[in-house]
Design a protein around this ligand. Structure first.
Ligand code: HAM
Length: 425
C-alpha cells in the first residue's frame, strides 16, 4: 500500500470512468448554452460568512459539514459546500445585467459520513438565474435539468415539487409548525428534540421514523401559502404540464439549505437506493441576493451531483457515455519515426491515435494495440517501410471502413491518414 491514500470520502476518477464524467459536463454545457446560460467560474473557497449568511446558520451543511480554515493572514475561510451562495456573492460583487443566467461545474466539500453516493468531495453541475420572479423561469430551469437527464439517457427519474411560500406567508406557517412541534417535542428524534426550535422546517426534512410519524399530523405547508405564492406555484406547474414534464407535489419537500423561498424541486433516480437517490435539486431563493449585501433581486437554480448521475446511469445500464475512444494504434517496428510522424498526421486529420514507445517488440506492441481498444492498428514493419505502405488491421467488429474483425489491407503511406479519417468519421 502506498504511503498516502485519497482522503476519506474522496475518490480519484481515472479513465475510462473520467470519460463519462467529461461526457456529462459536455452535455450539460450544451444544454445550458442552448438555453442562454454562460459559464461562471468562481473560487473554491470564500469568506466563511458567505455560506454562514447565505446557506444559513441553522442548516447542517453549515453547522456540521463545512470545511473551515484560517489562512496565513488569519482570515476565516470555507471550502464551498455548494455553488449557489458563491455564485450569488459573485453576482452582488459584479452586478451583471439581469436576468443573469449562469451555469457552473464545481467540486463541493461537505464533511459527511461517507457511503455509496455520498462523498466529502462531490461535483455539481448547476445553474443560477438571477433577476426575475417570473415562474416561467422556474419552468425553464426545471426543463433544462429534465432535458439534461434525457440527453444523458436516464429514463427512471421522478420530479417532486413544492412551494415554501415567501416572507408574507412563511413566518405564519413557521409559527404554527413550531407550536405543533412544541406540543409533540417528546416524540421527535433525539437530534430534533434538542434542535427543532432553531429551525422547525428541518423536522419536515428528517428521515428518522420518529420525526416522520410526528410530521403526519403537522400543519400543511400548501394550505398555508398566501394568494401570490399559490398563483406562482400554479403558473409553475402549469408550465411543467405544458412542456410535458411529469411532476408530483410533496408538501414536505423543504430542502436542506435555508435560502429557499417559493419553488423547490428535486429529481430522484428510481434505480438508486432511496437514501441517496437525489440526483439533482434546487429552487427559488428570493431573499438571498439581499442577504449577501445586494439589492432585492430574486433568483432560482439547481445543482445536480455528477457522481449520483453516473451511479444512476450505471444502475440503468445507460451506454455510450464513455465516448468514441481510440481510432488507431500505430505499431512501428522500424525504429519509431513512422509512429511519430503517422500519429501526428492522424491526429491533425481528426483521428484519435496512440502508439507504443521504447522500441518494443512487434508482439508487445500488438498486445498494447489490443488493450488500447483502438478500432484499427496501423502496422509499419521493414517490409511496409520498403514498399511505402502501411498495413491496416481491423481490430474490432465495429471498426468502420467496411472492414470486419481480423481483416488486413495495405494502404499507400501517403494516403493512409486521409483514408482512415474517411473510414472513422
Ligand atoms: P443540494 O441538494 O444540497 O443543493 O445538492 C445538489 C445535488 O448534489 C444533490 O441533489 C446531490 O445529487 C448532490 N450531492 C449533494 N451532497 C452530496 C454528497 N455528499 N455526495 C454526493 N453528491 C451530493 C445544492 O447544493 C444547491 N446549491 C442547489 C441549488 C442551486 N439550489 C438553487 N440553486
Amino acid at each position: 500500500m502506498s504511503a498516502f491514500q485519497a482522503p476519506t470520502g474522496t475518490r480519484d476518477v481515472l479513465a475510462p470512468e473520467s470519460a463519462q464524467f467529461a461526457t456529462l459536463v459536455a452535455r450539460f454545457s450544451r444544454a445550458a448554452g442552448l438555453a442562454g446560460y454562460g459559464l461562471v467560474v468562481s473560487p473554491m473557497f470564500e469568506d466563511a460568512g458567505v455560506f454562514r449568511r447565505g446557506v444559513g446558520e441553522a442548516s447542517e451543511v453549515v453547522t456540521k459539514e463545512m470545511y473551515l480554515f484560517e489562512d496565513r493572514s488569519g482570515r476565516s475561510l470555507a471550502l464551498r459546500p455548494e455553488g449557489t451562495a458563491s455564485v450569488v456573492r459573485a453576482f452582488v460583487q459584479h452586478r451583471p445585467p439581469v436576468p443573469w443566467k449562469a451555469w457552473y461545474v464545481t467540486p463541493a466539500f461537505r464533511y459527511e459520513r461517507p457511503q455509496a453516493g455520498r462523498y466529502r468531495q462531490h461535483h455539481q453541475l448547476g445553474v443560477e438565474a438571477i433577476g426575475t420572479e417570473d415562474p416561467d423561469l422556474d419552468v425553464e430551469v426545471v426543463a433544462l435539468l429534465a432535458g439534461f437527464y434525457e440527453a444523458v439517457g436516464l429514463t427512471r427519474v421522478e420530479l417532486t415539487v413544492n412551494s415554501m411560500g415567501d416572507s408574507a406567508c412563511m413566518p405564519g406557517y413557521r409559527a404554527s409548525l413550531a407550536a405543533y412541534l412544541e406540543a409533540h417535542e417528546a416524540s421527535l428524534c433525539d437530534e430534533h428534540r434538542a434542535t427543532w426550535s432553531r429551525n422547525p422546517l428541518r423536522v419536515l426534512d428528517c428521515k428518522r421514523p420518529a420525526c416522520v410519524a410526528v410530521r403526519a399530523g403537522a400543519p400543511s405547508l400548501s394550505d398555508a401559502l398566501c394568494g401570490p405564492c399559490t398563483e406562482h406555484f400554479a403558473r409553475f406547474v402549469a408550465g411543467l404540464d405544458a412542456l410535458g414534464i411529469a411532476w408530483r407535489r410533496d408538501d414536505a419537500l423543504v430542502r436542506g439549505l435555508d435560502y429557499y423561498t417559493r419553488t423547490t424541486f428535486e429529481f430522484s433516480a428510481l434505480a438508486l437506493d432511496a437514501a441517496q437517490n437525489a440526483v439533482g435539486g434546487g429552487g427559488r431563493y428570493d431573499g438571498l441576493v439581499e442577504r449577501l449585501g445586494g439589492p432585492a433581486v430574486p433568483g432560482v437554480g439547481f445543482g445536480s451531483g455528477i457522481e449520483r448521475v453516473l451511479l444512476a446511469c450505471a444502475a440503468e445500464r445507460v451506454a455510450g457515455l464513455e465516448g468514441p475512444g481510440l481510432d488507431v494504434f500505430v505499431v512501428d517496428v522500424t525504429g519509431g519515426d513512422a509512429a511519430r510522424d503517422l500519429t501526428s498526421e492522424l491526429r491533425r486529420a481528426g483521428v484519435a491515435a496512440d502508439r507504443a514507445f521504447d522500441g518494443r517488440s512487434l508482439k508487445s506492441q500488438l498486445k498494447q494495440a489490443d488493450r488500447s481498444g483502438a478500432r484499427l492498428a496501423c502496422i509499419v514493419g521493414p517490409d511496409e517501410e520498403a514498399s511505402g505502405v502501411v498495413t491496416v488491421r481491423w481490430m474490432r467488429k465495429d471498426a468502420g471502413g467496411g472492414g470486419s474483425h481480423g481483416r488486413q489491407e495495405r494502404v499507400e503511406r501517403a494516403q493512409v491518414a486521409a483514408a482512415i479519417a474517411g473510414w472513422t468519421r
